[in-house]
Design a protein around this ligand. Structure first.
Ligand code: ASP
Length: 443
């Protein structure tokens, strides 16, 4: 029998109505054996996620203000779920434990993890599955860094004897039992680790959209959804801001070659987006599958005549960044220039010092820093194979009268990175998306 790890996000578990939907989804395919659950998310636009409520409770406890009213509101969210599902669950006892922690030893990660802990326990009881607490199988070291080898071994040992289970997402523990969480949205990572550890046939990620959109729906009305995507394409799009899966979640599934299927709990008949190592023939209809971007970049341009003759020039600049532990997004080299793209936030406290250091060490003919630049990634494994996909994209930007600050396209097939002024970001995305929309008719 096939084994599917199915992760359900916060909106899929926001209230009892959603619990009922996911029970139907799980029961409709017996291979959905291992379920990873998030904390209750938003039920409506202005609602507050339980994780955010828990964090606010911790902050109150930590600075000695009364957190009881906030804790009661959280308890009520779980109480409403339990009573509508008509299951018996020792909610009072569970909340007494949390309350005591908050009073006696408030700890941010422990508190933040309680949404997943309670929701998964409730879901396990509702489905009649075993509850697996990740403190036993998601292993962090003492510095709070995940130990993947221990984790795979421990998940394997926990899940193999079980027919079905619900595992709480988002957290694990170190060898002293102290709870650590992943960064926000981290239940996706738990799901991917579980899928890898038990060699699942498929990792389903159930959310509230029918797959990845080819562009940000806040900018493009009803963008196309993407049927197939490679792991590499997904990683680039999510790194560049497409928010469908936690960026770190792709790695474990892709290492094991497990396909990831993004599905919609509210529309389970939709096939969603399938993320795979190699795109199936005939399914890669468009050379460009998606566009995503990030604002708030700075571009540093360093010029020196005959840079290209002195092999050490770029290396010396990168060495300065390394010494300062300053990560960069891109480094482009030309005949007489080196251009660095760095997140502006990271330069806040060191911008002038950095420029001075480069001047002092390398004595450039010219050095300048431009802020408020957006980086846009145009992603598609076939984009550079297709004779004119890149030209069409650049042409669309130029027709929209947008000045291009940088263009970067390596020899790989994956993406074209384009820098434009922040205030032209939206127009640039629209211009680029228009080429994706029309490309289907060219093929
Ligand atoms: N509940 C956590 C968050 O809101 C983790 C998750 O949902 O994946 O970030």
């Amino acid at each position: 029998m096939k084994t599917i790890v199915a992760k359900f996000g916060g909106t899929s578990l926001a209230d009892a109505g959603q619990f009922k939907k996911i029970k139907d989804i799980i029961n409709s395919d017996p291979s959905r054996r291992f379920i990873v659950a998030s904390a209750p998310g938003k039920r409506f636009d202005d609602d507050i996620k339980v994780t955010d409520m828990l964090i606010s409770c911790f902050k109150k406890a930590d600075n000695g203000t009364d957190f009881e009213a906030e804790l009661k509101r959280i308890e009520k969210r779980f109480h409403d779920i339990i009573s509508e599902l008509k299951i018996s669950f020792p909610l009072n006892e569970e909340f007494d434990v949390i309350r005591n922690h908050l009073k006696n030893e408030p700890d941010l990660e422990y508190t933040a993890s309680r949404g997943e802990y309670l929701n998964s326990k409730i879901l396990a009881s509702y489905l009649g599955f075993t509850f697996v607490d990740p403190i036993w199988c998601i292993c962090f070291n003492e510095d709070g860094v995940l130990d993947p080898v221990m984790t795979y071994r421990a998940i394997g040992a926990s899940l193999h004897p079980l027919k079905n289970a619900v595992i709480a997402g988002f957290y694990g523990a170190d060898s002293t039992g102290r709870i650590h969480t992943f960064s926000r949205g981290g239940s996706d990572v738990t799901g991917s680790l579980a899928a890898h550890a038990i060699h699942a046939d498929l990792y389903e990620n159930w959310t509230d959209v029918s797959g990845l959109m080819a562009a940000d729906p806040r900018i493009i009305k009803n963008p196309k959804s993407v049927d197939f995507l490679s792991y590499r394409e997904l990683r680039t799009l999510s790194y560049m801001g497409a928010s469908v899966l936690h960026t770190d979640s792709v790695l474990s599934a892709s290492e094991a070659g497990i396909p990831i299927n993004i599905r919609n709990t509210n529309s389970p008949e939709d096939k969603g987006t399938m993320i795979v190592r190699k795109l199936p023939k005939g399914e890669t209809k468009y050379p460009v599958v998606g566009v995503a971007g990030r604002k708030g970049m700075s571009v540093i341009q360093v010029e020196k005549v005959m840079v290209s003759d002195g092999a050490g020039f770029s290396a010396a600049i990168l060495d300065i960044l390394k010494r300062r532990e300053l990560p960069f997004e891109q480094c482009l080299t030309g005949i007489d220039t080196v251009t660095l793209v760095i997140k502006t936030d990271l330069l806040r406290d060191c911008r002038d010092d950095l420029l001075d250091e480069i001047k002092k060490e390398l004595n450039p003919d010219f050095i300048a820093l431009k802020e408020n630049i957006s980086m846009i990634a145009v992603v598609g494994e076939k984009a550079t194979e297709s004779s004119n996909a890149n030209i069409k994209v650049l042409d669309a930007i130029s027709r929209a009268d947008i000045e291009i600050s940088t263009i970067n396209q390596g020899a790989g097939k994956l993406n074209l990175l384009i820098g434009v002024p922040d205030d032209k970001y939206t127009d640039a995305i629209k211009a680029i998306y228009s080429t994706i929309e029309t490309s289907s008719s060219d093929l």
